[in-house]
Every structure is written in structure tokens, then in C-alpha cells.
Ligand binder design. Sequence first.
Ligand code: CMC
Length: 463
Amino acid sequence: MATKDKAKAETDGKATGGDTLSITDNRTGESYEIEINDGTIRTMDLRQIKVAEHDFGMMGYDPAFLNTASCRSAITYIDGEAGILQHRGIPIEQLCEHSTYLEVAYLLVFDELPTQAQLDRWTYDVIHHTFVHEDIKKMNEGYRHDAHPMGMLLASVGALSTFYPTAKDTEDHEERYMAAIRLIAKVPTLAAFAYRHSMGYPYVYPDNELSYSENFLSMLFKMENTYEPDPRLAKALDVLFILHADHEQNCSTNAVRAVGSSDVDPYSAVAAGVAALYGPLHGGANEAVLRMLRQIESVENIPDFLEGVKNREQKLMGFGHRVYKNYDPRARIIKKHVDEVLEVTGENPLLEIATELEKRALDDDFFTSRKLYPNVDFYSGLIYEALRIPTNMFTVIFAIPRTSGWVAQWLELKDDPEQKIARPRQIYTGKRDQDYVPIAERDGPEKITGPPARRPKLLRRGA
Ligand code: CMC
């Protein structure tokens, strides 16, 4: 297990070259020297800046964490300007070419590539924990036929905590190992069960003879005993799994860390990650890309669509990234695999629309000046569709490999001596010192009748 040496962490936290930042508070004329480490100041160091002794002290204001590092991490390195992504120092291109998803999961969790014996043991442990308790099936049966599989996955990952209550002992390394194994092993089964429920098909149990990605395809598509996963498609899916395994402090990983910081069990923390990934600005974007391509309908409609984007009527889904201000390296790899997959499964007319849409957007100053390039989701939906995976399963497929990243990040959090329960501050902007008014004395209409439009409006922003 990736254990971080406390002493080393403390040394890492010290100033590297005596660099400092001088701040003069023009309210008081006082000057302060603040240490700079790794190009970063500690926001807590601002607290000493006060106008008066009893002041709380200065805080940093950073909605959505645009410029705040919340942790030190040794898992994933991204250089957004240069379009570089590395896991434990190894470029994503090399991992996609030479590795497998399960080996990458080991790398993320243990901080190094496994020997053959270590990989065999890891694979054995994962493959032999793919079954889920029969009660999970009963739980699934309670959903409506059209329940979104991501909502079902979210609930069933959270429910795992009730099946493995000893995982609450988060300081026990054996419990941590078993939670890592169980999460990586069971999420594909939970995902496939959610799909089979939505189709009204009987559930297919895991097959220990198959590889990780073959087994997932089998649990999705097997009818009677006839399904044999095409190895080329299983390989393409495995590459997609590698590409989605981790992506440093994105919205869902931040959710896992924030919730995990309360020392809740890892299943509950990972369920928070699933919830965050569900959103259309995060994992739900690949689903939105396909809807968008279908809505565009044909290449001729692209100019009108792009005009609409520029007029802020809609977003160009699958474009833009908080960190990448260059071509997302994952999108480049996926684009290469789209053709290989379509060779097996047949042409998809949406590919022509996607290719032309990308070309025109990259020729357009609106997108280039904002450094908006295709991200991982722009082409991944086309591969999923070619694999006959329904659109509402796309985010679920993202969640399967991201589970290993969430687990690795959760383990790193647990071993980080600097981490505490996550608890941001706020700048309070509301009323103060109001008196409670008895209900009979309050202003407002005497009677509310009519349509729901008369209900109080909640959408204040942009109203
Ligand atoms: N289409 C049109 N305009 C865009 C887009 C887009 N996809 N993305 C950003 N912009 C504009 C945005 O309106 C803003 O313009 P202006 O400065 O004139 O107001 C500018 O570009 C900067 O954007 P931002 O909203 O400040 O960027 P952000 O870092 O907050 O958001 C993002 C990043 C991914 C949420 C956003 O680019 C977006 O919504 N993209 C579409 C959804 C998408 O594809 N998400 C998948 C992300 S990759 C998968 C993952 O890792 O989760």
C-alpha cells in the first residue's frame, strides 16, 4: 500500500530555496514575509495579516478552487499547457500502448509497476471479488425500469458500506487493501447489473475466466451462453479504462477526498465521487456529446450550431477543460482508436460530424483564443456507441476505471499527515441581527392560488 513517510512529508513541506513573498498591507502599512514552496504559499500564512489584534486574519477567496492546491499528491502529473499526462511518472501514451487497466490500477494504488508475481496476485484478488451480495440484486429490482444507471450505481456503491462494515476501520491496512480490491472488482458488476435492470434482462454473473474488460462486456451483453467478447473491442475498452483511471484533483476526486476526510468508510467516500461524476460538466459530458452530435444531424448544420455556441445558446460539449489549455492527450489517443473500433463494428455517421466539428472549431478564433480543445469526452462516446453501449451508460463506464483513481487518492489522503477534515471558509454575505417576526405580522400575499408558477423563485442567479 502506498504509505507516505511522515518525516519525508514534513521535509517536503519546508522551504526549498529560501524563497519568500513580501506583502505590504496598505491598510496598516505592515509588511510580511511569507515562505514560497513549490511556487505556492500556504494560505494559512495569510492569517497573520490583521488590521487589529482581535481580527480573524486574512483568508484567500477562491470559488471552485481555480488557484488552490488542496493537497500534495504523487499519483498523477498533468501539464495542462503542454498537454502532458503521467501516472506515477509514466506517460499515458506508454501505459495505453504497453499496459493493461488492472496493471495501471496497481500502479496508481502502490506507486510502482508490479512484478509478474505481484500482478498475478493482484489480478487474482480482483477477479475473485467480482461477485456482489445477492441482496444488491434485490435492491436493484426496486428501481423503476427507466432509472438512470448512474443513479443506481451511486446507490449501490454506497450500499457496499453496509455489506462490509469493518471497512470503517480506515487505519487497518488489511481493511484498506480489501476495500481497494472490492471496489475495483465490484464496480463493473454493479454497473452491468444497472444496465441489465434498465433493459429488463436477467443479470449475468461475472466470469472468472475472462479479462477485466472482457468480463464487463460479457456481463453487459451475454444472452444464454452465446456471447464471446471480440478481443479487439475488449482491448479498445481496456485502453479507455486506462485513459479514465485517474486525473488528479478533478471534481469527483475532490469529492472523494472531501468526504473521505471525515474518516467515513471508503465505499461511502467513493459513492461521493460517483455522484460528482454524474454531472454533465464532468463525467456526463460524453453522453451530452452524443446528444449534441445527433442534434446537429449533418455536416451542413455545423456552422449554425457553432454560431449558437458563440451566441452562448449552448456549449460545445467535449471541448474545454479546467486544466488542459491544449489538446487533451487522452482525446488524441481515443481518436486513434475510434477508427480501429469502427473497422470492427462498421461506420458511424456521427464520426464525420465530430471530425468536421472539431476541425471548424479549431479554425475559429472564439475557441482558440479561449484555449478550448477537444477533451477526453469528445470521441469516447463514439467508441462506446460502436460497442453498442447505450448513451445513458457512458458515465457509468467512466466511473468503472476512475474507481482505481479514487481509491489511490483516498489512500494517499489517509496517509497524509497534513490532511484534516475538509472544511472551507466562507465570506458571509447575508443579513445579520434580524429579529424574528411572528407569522401573522409578516408581509406577503394573503392567499396563494393558481399554477406552480406562483411558487417562490429559487433561480436567483441570472434571473
Ligand atoms: N463551449 C463553449 N464555450 C466554452 C466551453 C465550451 N465547451 N468551455 C468553456 N467555454 C468558454 C466559457 O464560456 C468562457 O468564456 P468567457 O471567458 O467568454 O466567459 C471560457 O471558455 C472559459 O471557460 P470556463 O467556464 O471559465 O472554464 P472552466 O475551467 O470553468 O470549465 C469545463 C471547464 C470543462 C467545465 C468547460 O470547458 C465545459 O463546460 N466544457 C463542456 C463540458 C465538457 O466537455 N466537460 C468534460 C470535461 S473533461 C472530462 C473530465 O475530466 O471531467
